[in-house]
Design a protein around this ligand. Structure first.
Ligand SMILES: Cc1cc2nc3c(=O)[nH]c(=O)nc-3n(C[C@H](O)[C@H](O)[C@H](O)COP(=O)(O)OP(=O)(O)OC[C@H]3O[C@@H](n4cnc5c(N)ncnc54)[C@H](O)[C@@H]3O)c2cc1C
Length: 508
């Protein structure tokens, strides 16, 4: 990888990053780069924003990312937390399950998953991107690219015109059919199971309340109608076994619903979007080819059971985003190697989880929901990553690599805050407890917070109810370094300030 001061003028004056694909993954990456002051272009093949509820489940960990990016209120305003599920068994028995929540936990600000259409998530990200000075170039498709020692030269097509774009890095956020992945020669290993299909559509519905996600279990397969908050529509989902009609017409959907629900009083009308989904379960063999990275569905696809796909793509982008910002600003390019090392195992875990959920759905054993500890993504972490350091026992509940927990009821000179209010914004934060010596010369971009008895300085926090010390298992001299993406980089219970300097030396 090239030192930025030695780049040719052509590359130095070009956008640093070319992002291909303006779905949730590409938009999240663009927001992270815009916030970090890194130049980029974001191209999107389709002419304008796409309809379609698709990934309608936003997990608690993704809400934390949205909080950090400053859009969580906008997203929540268009969604519903902890939507209950009303499930009707083949014998007519009805069960109502409230979504499990992690309510009243000072370390978890968003206690449940949120239902909102995917296009609303994209809309909120696009609005944030505009606030940060960025834009999506709709109607602009990647045609091809070549790599040199310095970066990437891409050919893009817009309105029949071709344009050459040179960039230091190219990130393919271009979905399951990724042109970037194919042209980079990265294998997409796994299987396509043509026999597992599902009609998905956004339709308006008469004769059904919007208080719950309605699910009917039938020997032919499930049918779901989930109200889509902030719209008049429901998401229709029906598994279509081999031999059944896959036509995306309203008449076919109505007939599937009537047959499986046993009701004739529910009428579907005004479909706004529909799609036939086929089970594709694949993971790339690598996330990077020299200056080219893959993120989101371009790198991993699986069944929507468990509601993980969009969330995993957003987390990919959030992981890669701060690393690209850091390297663009002079950190060691080796930092970028940690992207695949940290994210590929997570995607492999998501594939296993969604496969298990899909099997459960097909066999109709129990009610598959999108909400429990395995799907919140709060336990995703990077223990064992090259970017972790700690002096804790193997068995300690909180180690470097884990998600940095939140804590409420912190008193600062500006009033009561929660930790996430103080750590947001895409910087490293050094949190110190007790009698830790001050860090002599904090690295630039390092924010410091000190847990003290009485706040006198903007960096001081009083842990009024002890939630902070409890969440971090803090001892008298504990130091915690939190990464820009909200994971713990380093913990030193010995208060080893030099370990912090060594950490920054190591990542350059
Ligand atoms: C029925 C269904 C239900 C789902 N439910 C959930 C759920 O509950 N929770 C969840 O997390 N996920 C869910 N998902 C998955 C989720 O929709 C995807 O994981 C998510 O859209 C992936 O986002 P992405 O940005 O990586 O890719 P995409 O959203 O596919 O975006 C890729 C973009 O790249 C553009 N593009 C492609 N080629 C080019 C090119 N050559 N040049 C420029 N642009 C290009 C495309 O036009 C597209 O806009 C569901 C999916 C389906 C189908």
């Amino acid at each position: 990888m090239t030192d930025s001061t030695k780049l040719s003028p052509q590359v130095r004056n070009a956008p640093t990053v070319l992002i291909v694909g303006g779905g949730p993954t590409g938009l999240t990456l663009a927001c992270a780069l815009a916030r970090g002051g890194v130049s980029f272009r974001l191209i999107e093949a389709v002419p304008g924003p796409q309809p379609g509820s698709r990934g309608k489940g936003v997990q608690p960990r993704t809400l934390e990312v949205f909080d950090d990016l400053g859009i969580v209120e906008r997203v929540i305003a268009n969604g519903r937390m902890a939507m209950p599920i009303r499930s009707t068994a083949p014998d007519g028995r009805v069960t109502l399950s409230g979504a499990e929540t992690l309510k009243d936990r000072p370390d978890v600000p968003y206690p449940a998953s949120l239902i909102t259409p995917e296009w609303r998530v994209e809309e909120a990200l696009r609005l944030r991107l505009a606030e940060l000075g960025g834009t999506v170039e709709f109607g602009t498709a990647l045609h091809s690219f070549e790599q040199s020692d310095e970066g990437v030269s891409a050919v893009v097509v817009s309105g029949g015109e071709t344009e050459a774009i040179t960039a230091r890095w190219l990130v393919g956020c271009d979905g399951g059919h990724s042109t970037v992945r194919k042209q980079a020669g990265i294998a997409f290993e796994g299987e396509t199971r043509e026999e597992i299909r599902m009609i998905v559509a956004d339709v308006e519905v008469d004769g059904l309340d919007r208080d719950a996600w309605h699910m009917w279990r039938h020997e032919e397969g499930l049918v779901n109608l989930c109200p889509l908050p902030s719209t008049n529509a429901f998401q229709f989902q029906a598994g279509i076994a081999p031999g059944l009609d896959t036509e995306l017409s309203l008449a076919n959907m109505q007939s599937v619903l009537d047959h499986r629900s046993g009701r004739t009083d529910i009428r579907l009308h005004d479909p706004a979007w529909s799609s036939l989904w086929r089970a594709n379960i694949r993971l790339v063999d690598r996330y990077r080819e020299r200056h080219v990275f893959l993120a989101g569905d371009a790198a991993h696809i699986h069944s929507p059971a468990g509601g993980q796909g969009m969330n995993t793509g957003i987390q990919d982008a959030y992981n890669l985003g701060w690393k690209l910002v850091a390297v663009a600003q002079g950190a060691s390019p080796a930092l970028l190697d940690s992207y695949e090392a940290e994210r590929r195992p997570v995607a492999a875990g998501v594939l296993a989880l969604s496969n298990a959920r899909l099997k459960q759905t097909l066999e109709q054993k129990g009610i598959p929901t999108n909400r429990d500890a395995s799907t919140t993504q709060l336990s995703v972490g990077y223990r064992g990553s090259a970017l972790t350091r700690d002096d804790r026992e193997e068995s300690a509940p909180l180690r470097a690599g884990d998600r940095a927990p939140d804590a409420t009821k912190l008193t600062t000179v500006e009033g009561e805050r929660r930790l996430f209010d103080l750590t947001c914004g895409g910087q490293f934060t050094l949190l110190s407890f007790g009698s830790t010596p001050a860090v002599a010369a904090p690295a630039s971009g390092l924010r410091t917070l000190r847990a003290v008895g009485q706040p006198t300085d903007p960096d001081d926090i009083v842990d009024t109810e002890g939630h902070l010390a409890k969440a971090y298992g803090a001892a008298d001299r504990t130091l915690v370094l939190i990464r820009p993406d909200g994971y713990i980089a380093l913990i030193s219970d010995a208060g080893d300030v030099s370990a912090v300097s060594r950490y920054f030396d190591a990542i350059g």
